[in-house]
Design a protein. Structure first.
Length: 375
């Protein structure tokens, strides 16, 4: 993972790490579509503290990975003093934490009645959010670090719009990365592609209808302006005519004033009035001869998708030799839908790998192990 990819975005969860600005009204998850995401749960009234906690964990992992990627420093190679090595490492960390090189802004605190206690960290393309989440959890299980407010991490390797066609396309991409598109059911792949084509045609039709509507509105506006111009010209002619009549009247009145001394009539001034496809990166493929899998679907403030729909999409794509197993699945597919966004991750280690991201359980286990060791 290159340095250029080490970045994630957010807003609305406070300002930890000096990186970002506080968003009004909570997170706007539209930025999450088509980007890797880490969702995290926490107590509803501890969103700000948990947000800072998650930011700190990500920063720590980033620092570890950066120092590990760069390897031994020149000071180490030259055999200089330990103080020089520590000073150089501190300089690297200070440079990493500077506002110019800040790897993130803030973590989203999703403020919605049905989404209380949910955080969202949105990353740039290229981040392996699953591996990042697993490294954080492993450090907590090992007792290397601890947490107070975070409850669970929910990494989403792929995200999309929350409609069925976009969800089908996302799951096709996810399964193709792990199984290979050639090892999926051809009819299922064709059905997904057909849905995507229909969606594209519908969007194109809507776009053309909108353009036609805009054109008609523009024509109506031009016609209205033309009518107003004509009315204005007609009114100006009427005013000229009235002015001429007034001049005649004034002339007559002036002649009669000397005789009858009458007042001039009041003049009336008339007034007038006067609206704008991504390349699939294939990983080491899962054994096509047959595995056991489980699909879990969770949703928050989302009604477009349901459990039966998403499970049906996966069943239609995987060949029959791959069978559903809710007790001991070989792989675990987690799908989360929040507001207008849906995301998914595939855990090759099964449900136990997914359960290992329960940070509160990890922290309690590490604490119990430490207490047992002290006795």
């Amino acid at each position: 993972m290159g340095k250029g990819k080490r970045k994630f975005h957010g807003g609305g969860g406070g300002r930890a790490g000096g990186g970002g600005k506080r968003a009004r009204g909570g997170a706007d998850l539209s930025i999450a579509k088509r980007r890797p995401v880490i969702l995290a749960t926490c107590p509803a009234h501890r969103g700000r503290e948990a947000s800072r906690e998650l930011q700190t964990l990500i920063l720590e992992d980033l620092e570890r990975e950066t120092i590990g990627d760069e390897g031994a420093s020149p000071a180490t190679k030259e055999g200089t003093s330990l103080e020089a090595i520590q000073e150089e490492m501190q300089a690297e960390i200070r440079a990493l934490q500077s506002p110019q090189a800040q790897p993130f802004q803030t973590v989203h605190t999703v403020r919605r009645r049905d989404c209380a206690g949910l955080l969202c960290a949105v990353f740039d393309d290229g981040w392996d959010v699953l591996a990042l989440s697993q490294r954080i959890a492993q450090r907590i299980w090992a007792g290397e670090t601890s947490i107070r407010y975070l409850a669970k991490l929910l990494p989403l390797q792929l995200t999309a719009h929350g409609d069925e066609a976009s969800c089908s396309e996302m799951l096709l991409k996810l399964l193709s990365q792990h199984f290979g598109e050639a090892n999926l059911v051809a009819e299922g792949v064709a059905a997904v592609q057909q849905k995507q084509q229909e969606k594209g045609e519908k969007q194109q039709q809507d776009k053309e209808e909108q353009q036609q509507q805009d054109k008609e509105e523009q024509q109506q506006e031009e016609q209205r302006q033309e009518e107003e111009q004509q009315d204005k010209q007609s009114e100006e002619r009427q005013q000229d005519k009235q002015a001429e009549e007034r001049q005649q009247q004034e002339k007559q009145q002036h002649e009669e004033e000397e005789k009858e001394k009458e007042e001039k009539p009041e003049k009336v001034d008339p007034t007038t009035e006067a609206e704008k496809q991504e390349e699939i990166v294939t990983q080491d493929l899962i054994d096509p001869s047959g595995i056991r899998y489980m699909v879990q679907f969770s949703h928050r403030h989302h009604a477009a998708l349901n459990r039966e729909v998403v499970r049906g999409i996966v069943r239609a794509l995987l060949p029959p030799q791959h069978r559903v197993d809710y007790k001991e699945p070989d792989i675990f597919i987690s799908i989360e839908a929040v507001k207008g966004v849906v995301g998914a991750s595939l855990f090759r280690g099964g449900k136990s790998e997914y359960d290992a991201l329960n940070l509160q359980k990890a922290c309690n286990s590490a604490r119990e192990a430490a207490n047992a060791g002290s006795k």
